[in-house]
Design a protein around this ligand. Structure first.
Ligand code: ADP
Ligand code: MG
Length: 560
């Protein structure tokens, strides 16, 4: 039978998987188990929300089987299954989730980076198998179908037989080569270890027949040496308690990190973990993560914010945007609440009071965690800030400043005096008694700003200056207006806000030359006069109005 070709993008990913030198090949099991769990979620959801269906919790499970002789590893689920079209669509085409942007320079990236960074999904099976067979029967349909592929040259879909609704994935493991031992994926010990490591929290039992040993009847007793016999027993390998329902004391950093990396497709550990719960009028458990760095699409329109939303342990939405304000759009995580209805629709959620209360609480929590991180682990905070600081600053003036309360304590600027990043609070705390304003200077880089003639007088007064090198910095503080009653002042503004000697005389004395200069410069300047702000530099440019020179530059560069 003629093989169908994979879509070209899928083929590239597949090629990568087949030739993978990635050292953590074991994640293929995590991916397949997570797909199985997703598919059960879908069916479970239908069963819970449709009164016409009765369901039995015991009917939902994942099973792992090995066959040493044929070198196969089988993962089956009692989930929703796939129709013929879905087999083609879902397995012949790379997930449309956009987790993989092929327009980016994929070829230049290291193979293992890609694999670790994204949820590579189903195709990861090809890291360990040279043949993958998927037999599936979709819920509500008569026929079952078989999808089969031996790699990049294509796949076939044929009619098949299967009694139960669900999916069965059979991997024929690769032969052991040089450094690789694929046989280990047939070992109960290895499978047990991988499931514990990545999939312990999966809500459905992951079952396997395991070999056990017991004394032979009649060989036990005083004075006898018992003889043992092997027998098989069905065992559930995972604890099934979702990590967010466990006690913090039971959990190690590693547990959180593994969960985060697996669930949110990051290959770095998170910068911070927020595990919190509330009981009372509104009860919920939330597990949130601050990524250590921005995902590749963070500053693009493709990025979707949101927390996963569970109603009493059942996933009802992958990304609930209403749970996160824009300023904290980088937060990953989930909320599980007993107070939400399973049938709640997206539209209803927006107006749900419980949800709004939860969202408010979480905002506060995220803010306080970030402040704590800033104080207790500055290095990590600054690393985090280098990725998300722009978003925080942007949020000061985004949404008409509605989020500024949340972010004003979190933004950092480079301080000329301290020679490091400081928060506005830290700046204010170190202000001399007589200083009235928060001074800043705009420029391309901290080094260039430090050399600006306009900074000299302010420095001489013993006042610190914040360097604004990002084009949004000045907009942000203009929106802020003031911080703890202190207004911001640009070192280039006409009035620096402290006494300087009158230079009226000098202007008079040099009237001639100033007139000449103004004439020569024409429209380029408004006025030429003796400056009160220069020390070692002969001349500087000042802006007369509200906007600083830097800000005008930004405005002028914007398309009309
Ligand atoms: P993702 O899980 O991110 O969507 P995958 O590559 O892991 O991407 O899977 C692709 C798609 O194939 C899934 O979205 C799902 O529709 C389908 N799929 C994979 N495994 C199963 C399964 N065991 N049961 C039903 N559908 C599945
Ligand atoms: Mg998947």
């Amino acid at each position: 039978m003629a093989k169908k070709a994979f879509k070209s993008e899928s083929k590239r990913l597949l090629d990568m998987m087949i030739h993978s030198i990635y050292t953590h090949k074991e994640i293929f099991l995590r991916e397949l188990v997570s797909n199985a769990s997703d598919s059960i979620d879908k069916l479970y959801y239908i069963a819970l929300t449709d009164d016409n269906i009765t369901f039995n919790k015991d009917d939902y499970y994942i099973r792992i089987e090995t066959d040493e002789k044929n070198r196969t590893l089988t993962i089956s689920d009692t989930g929703i299954g796939m129709s013929k079209e879905e087999l083609e669509e879902n397995l012949g085409t790379i997930a449309k989730s956009g987790s993989f942007d092929f327009k980016s320079d994929l070829e230049h990236e290291e193979d293992h980076d890609i694999i670790g960074q994204f949820g590579v999904g189903f195709y990861s099976a090809f890291m360990v198998a040279d043949k993958v067979t998927v037999i599936s029967k979709k819920y509500g349909e008569e026929d079952a179908y078989k999808w089969e592929s031996e790699g990049a040259d294509g796949y076939t879909v044929t009619k098949s037989a299967k009694d139960e609704v669900g999916t069965k994935i059979i991997l024929t493991l690769k032969s052991n080569a040089d450094e690789e031992n694929y046989d280990e994926f047939l070992s109960e010990y290895t499978i047990r270890r991988i499931i514990k490591k990545y999939s312990d929290y999966i809500r459905y039992p992951i079952k396997m027949m395991v070999k056990k040993s017991r004394p032979k009847p009649g060989t036990e007793g005083e004075g006898k040496t018992p003889e043992y016999e092997d027998y098989f027993e069905d065992e559930t390998l995972n604890s099934m308690v979702p990590i967010w329902r466990k006690n913090k004391s039971e959990l190690k950093d590693e547990d959180y990190n593994n969960f985060y990396k697996e669930k949110f497709f990051d290959y770095d550990n998170p910068a911070a973990v927020i595990h919190t719960s509330a009981d009372g009028i509104t009860s919920y458990k939330a597990l949130m993560f601050l990524p250590a760095r921005a995902p590749y699409d963070y500053y693009s329109k493709d990025f979707e914010k949101g927390l996963a939303l569970y109603a009493n342990g059942v996933l009802i939405m992958d990304k609930c945007a209403d749970l996160l304000p824009d300023c904290f759009s980088f937060v990953k995580g989930l909320v599980d609440s007993a107070d939400l209805s399973l049938n709640i629709s997206r539209e209803m959620l927006q107006h749900d009071r419980q949800l709004q209360i939860i969202a408010k609480n979480l905002q506060k929590k995220i803010k306080s965690e970030l402040i704590k991180l800033m104080k207790d682990d500055r290095e990590t905070y600054e690393k985090f800030y280098s990725g998300f600081g722009r978003q925080l600053k942007f949020s000061v003036y985004n949404e008409f400043g509605r989020e500024k309360e949340l972010v004003q304590d979190l933004i950092l600027f480079y301080s000329i005096k301290e020679k490091k990043l400081v928060s506005l609070k830290e700046y204010i705390e170190k202000m001399p008694e007589d200083q009235k304003f928060i001074y800043y200077a705009c420029g391309e880089s901290n080094e260039k700003i430090e050399k600006l003639p306009q900074t000299e007088l302010v420095k001489d007064k013993g006042y610190d200056i914040l360097c604004f090198t990002d084009d949004i910095d000045e907009f942000a503080i203009k929106m802020l207006g003031k911080y703890e009653e202190k207004e911001f002042k640009s070192v280039s503004s006409g009035d620096l806000g402290f006494e300087t000697e009158a230079k009226q005389e000098e202007s008079e004395e040099n009237k001639e030359i100033f007139l000449f200069m103004k004439d020569a410069l024409g429209d380029k300047v408004k006025d030429v006069k003796a400056s009160t702000r220069l020390k070692s530099h002969p001349v500087c440019i000042t802006s007369g109005g509200e906007l600083s020179i830097e800000m005008e530059k930004v405005l002028n560069s914007m398309p009309a």
